[in-house]
Design a protein around this ligand. Structure first.
Ligand SMILES: [Zn+2]
Length: 342
């Protein structure tokens, strides 16, 4: 490398560092303002949405069509049409600082107002989500530091679950969902989960049914924070022992009375795509909440015209269930890890 190119590189890096520093200062000012105006977390989260909308990062609130269809002899499926995503003009990311790869969270645009969230289980940042998965407001809760999304060991699972529970306690009326690597996770580099405003959990078919136990490819549990964390950690351990390197999962948590309701969904990394719906990955919405988000115009047209029928959507969701699931669940029920009563 020549001396001239060195000099140019240094100038560019200094300019980029200045831009990143200014971005960080703007975020800090927003966070302070949000803190001073809104003592509770739910209100601060809403303010981050409002500010991201005012900046042009998020589109105006629009009605996103959602309809329920029921396959013959099956459980209802919620179908969401996802017609609009983030404004590309407001979402151009900063180039990454020299010496590290692009990170969609560290290099987020100015226009996305990100809130620091301090939980006993760790320091997080809440970013209003640029994707419009449902009509509800949504955020990505990501660890402040870079941490792998893949959860290895009981402590990693317990830590993530504790963070999800604590966040739901501080910000009621929300639903927290986790996508493992190869199970719908899209952000690399930061361990993260998603938060949806969910004043009425009954919009999701699975929450209209009482009880615990196996339903489709999901395990339904409820209980107090500590009891639930312990049970899910045990299930994850047993699923990892069964599925090996391909084992991954989705998790969903919701407040219920003084405790929580949870869905643990064992997945395989080689079964991430919804069969028959090219380009659609199965995350917690699909695998746990039986919600199919159609984002391609041709899928939306096919659904509206009745060419994409309930039976086909049901088969697409069923394709996410690992072949080992039934045997694993049977063994877990026999061991008392999964309750049978409902
Ligand atoms: Zn990052």
């Amino acid at each position: 490398m020549t001396a001239t190119r060195h000099g140019k590189g240094r100038t560019e890096r200094a300019a980029l560092e200045a831009v990143h520093a200014a971005r960080a200062a703007a975020m800090g000012a927003f966070a302070l303002l949000a803190e001073s105006r809104c003592p509770d977390l739910a209100a601060r989260l809403e303010l981050a949405i409002a500010a991201s909308r005012a900046s042009g990062f998020l589109p105006e609130r629009i009605a996103i069509p959602a309809r329920e269809v029921t396959p013959e002899g099956g459980l209802p499926i919620r179908v969401v049409e996802n017609p609009r995503r983030v404004d590309p003009n407001a979402s151009a990311p900063l180039p990454p600082l020299a010496g590290r790869a692009f990170c969609p969270l560290c290099d987020f645009p100015y226009a996305q107002m990100v809130l620091p969230v301090e939980l006993a289980a760790g320091s997080f940042r809440a970013a209003p989500s640029p994707a419009r998965y449902t009509e509800a407001d949504q955020w990505t809760l990501a660890t402040r530091r870079h941490l792998p999304q893949r959860l290895e060991g009981d402590a990693a699972f317990a830590g993530l679950l504790a963070a999800m529970c604590d966040l739901l306690t501080e910000a009621p009326g929300m639903l927290a969902g986790f996508n493992g690597v190869g199970a719908g996770a899209s952000v690399r580099g930061h361990r993260h989960f998603h938060l949806l405003a969910c004043p009425d959990p009954g919009i999701f078919p699975v929450f209209r049914l009482p009880g615990e136990g196996v339903l489709g490819g999901a395990v339904r549990l409820s209980g107090t924070r500590e009891a639930l964390i312990g049970r899910i950690v045990a299930l994850a351990r047993s699923w990892r022992a069964c599925g090996g390197a391909e084992a991954t999962e989705n998790l969903v948590l919701l407040r219920e009375g003084e405790g929580f309701r949870a869905l643990y969904v064992p997945r395989r990394t080689d079964r991430e795509a919804l069969s028959g719906l090219p380009g659609i990955k199965g995350g917690f919405l699909e695998a746990a909440l039986r919600t199919v988000v159609l984002k391609h115009a041709e899928d939306i047209a096919a659904f509206r015209e009745g060419r994409l029928a309930a039976g086909e959507l049901d088969r697409a969701l069923a394709s996410l269930v690992p072949p080992e699931f039934a045997a694993w669940a049977e063994a877990a029920i026999a061991q008392g890890e999964i309750p049978t009563g409902d």
